[in-house]
Design a protein around this ligand. Structure first.
Ligand code: FES
Length: 102
């Protein structure tokens, strides 16, 4: 099952399957559409923090993330690493890359 992911800042959308993390969904080639590069992509393994986002609305499952980039308190407020997030419903997100990486 695929879910729609909307990036608040730009209004851009892509669809992401439940077994794909958000970066995979974003980069999956869709016929007739340019490859999206909405979320910055780095290590894809939850370590670098470049893909940090805040989930504004929707359900998701987050795999283990670096506490350095996403402290427990921030996670409770919806902060997550896009390469560790698997959608369970349509999501609205905003980009939140680490300040030192932008
Ligand atoms: S790409 Fe490095 S933490 Fe997601």
């Amino acid at each position: 099952m695929k879910h729609r992911v909307t990036v608040l800042e730009t209004g851009e959308e892509f669809s992401c399957a439940e077994d794909q993390h958000l970066l995979q969904g974003m980069q999956t080639f869709q016929v007739g559409m340019p490859m999206l590069k909405v979320i910055p992509v780095g290590c894809r393994g939850g370590g670098c923090g470049i893909c940090r986002i805040r989930i504004i609305s929707g359900d998701y499952e987050a795999k283990k993330m670096s506490r350095k980039h996403v402290p427990e308190q921030a996670q409770a407020e919806g902060v997550a690493l896009a390469c560790r997030v698997y959608p369970r419903s349509a999501l609205q997100i905003e980009l939140l890359p680490l300040p030192e990486l932008t």
